[in-house]
Design a protein around this ligand. Structure first.
Ligand code: UD1
Length: 419
């Protein structure tokens, strides 16, 4: 199984190009199921989750091609298979995002209940209730969500019980082709939802309020193709900035946006970083200083993202002071803490709270990745641990980070992958 080996101690200094956003490209690829003419998607990151989504679309009968810059072109298909099998869905929870588009366009969808990261139970009840509000008949049987709308979906009203990102996206995509007006309340406000809505608008959808709590959709009869470029990945951006901060270095992230990272940049400044932002770039400079501990609570956007929690936990391990991290989105998202302790961190867990006392230095050890963002935090810790750190089960990181070892290597890290 592939591993990443890091020799800690190098100060990062340099530039890194940020890839397209994983959490935007996955729903956008699923939204191509709605298009009746050719659609092409640009700035697609080279990630395992993208390959899985392409395989899933391929299994549904969609014809896709990839160009040399990893743009993806999807040809319209009149007839598609509407059953998404367990073998493809189990590795990636976002596969549930084909449910809304298949149902809206073909009146039928059967999607295996998803797997994905082992960070909590992660039900899909909100996706289902939202689609029922649009007139669908939905049952959960034999491990599948089976949805029907023989006469097509109709506009409806749904207020989500809790803020869910993919839940909002699934119902939004379905509403785009429902007859009449749909009003969605208590929606997630993540920038990736805005990106999906912008892509749908390019396809002819009529959506107001994406990125806000209340979204109103006027259904249209059909959606067409065109071209859409995916937004930059804010979590990848944040991860490289934390890497710069932890090593006392300087990182200039290009092809990214500061406006979607405010809560993260604020915490980095609190840690002592000098942050400079402009059109398409973010520069972080620690000027050789050790970071100060920061306390944070994860919550839906625009608050601090759960997908950056593990990276900040790694930073707190070697920061000056005590940082308290509270995770409120997922109930089992502290698995990286045990591994960080193997490197010599001082961490105390109380329920959903981790109290981290920064130590002067970590020491390298063999450690194991448990989920996508956890694996990134372990790589970051390896950058500052004395000696060699081997991160096993690194396949998790390939789900969400494009060429992470090349990018960190380009910033001056001593890092390599072994088979
Ligand atoms: C998305 C992101 C993921 C991020 C998460 C939270 C994608 C592909 N993934 O995941 O990277 O960590 O948002 O920002 O965009 N819930 C229910 N019922 C539902 C749906 C959700 O109880 O029907 C709960 C979940 O268990 C969780 C919370 O709601 O506790 C938020 O989950 P949700 O926003 O749905 O996460 P994802 O969309 O799966």
């Amino acid at each position: 199984m592939a591993k990443i080996i890091i020799t800690g101690g190098n100060v990062l200094d340099g530039e890194v190009q940020i890839s397209g956003a994983k959490n935007a490209v996955l729903p956008i690829l699923c939204a191509t199921l709605l298009a009746e003419t050719t659609i092409s998607i640009g700035n697609v990151p080279h990630l395992h989750d993208v390959t899985t989504t392409m395989e899933l679309l391929g299994a549904l009968g969609v014809r896709l091609s990839v160009d040399d810059k990893l743009g993806i072109t999807v040809e319209p298909t009149a007839m598609v298979e509407t059953i998404a099998p367990y073998e493809l869905v189990k590795t990636m929870r976002a596969s549930i995002l084909v449910l809304g588009p298949l149902l809206a366009r073909h009146g039928h969808a059967e999607v295996s209940l998803p797997g994905g990261c082992a960070i909590g139970s992660r039900p899909v009840d909100q996706h289902i209730r939202g689609l029922i509000a649009l007139g669908a008949d939905v049952v959960v049987e034999n491990g599948f969500v089976k949805a029907r709308a023989d006469k097509g979906l109709r506009g409806g009203h749904y207020s989500f019980d809790m803020v869910t990102v993919t839940g909002t996206e699934n119902v939004l995509m379905a509403a785009a082709l429902a007859k009449g007006t749909t009003v969605l309340e208590n929606c997630a406000e993540e920038p990736e939802i805005v990106d999906l809505a912008n892509c749908l608008a390019m396809m002819g959808a009529r959506i107001e309020g994406a990125g806000k709590n209340r979204i109103v959709v006027e259904g249209v009869d059909s959606l067409h193709g065109g071209h859409y470029d995916v937004m930059p990945d804010r979590i990848e951006t944040g991860t490289f900035l934390v890497a710069g901060a932890m090593t006392g270095g300087r990182v200039l992230a290009r092809r990214t946006r500061a406006d979607i990272l405010e809560s993260v940049l604020h915490k980095l400044e609190e840690a002592g970083a000098h942050v400079n932002t402009g059109d398409g770039f973010i520069e972080l400079d620690m000027r050789g200083k050790r970071p100060k501990s920061v306390s944070l609570t994860t919550a839906p956007y625009p608050a601090f993202p759960t997908d950056m929690q593990a990276q900040f936990a790694a930073m707190n391990c070697i920061a000056d002071g005590v940082g308290v991290i509270r995770e409120t989105i997922f109930e089992n998202r502290f698995m990286h803490m045990n591994e960080l302790q193997r490197l010599g961190s001082d961490i105390q867990i109380e329920g959903n709270t981790a109290i981290i006392r920064g130590v002067e230095r970590l020491t390298g050890a063999p450690i194991m990745a448990t989920d996508l963002r956890a694996s990134a935090s372990l790589v970051l810790a390896g950058l500052v641990a004395q000696g060699e750190t081997t991160v096993d089960r690194i396949y998790h990181i390939d789900r969400g980070y494009e060429n992470i070892e090349e990018k960190l290597g380009g910033l001056g890290a001593k890092i390599r992958r072994v088979a």
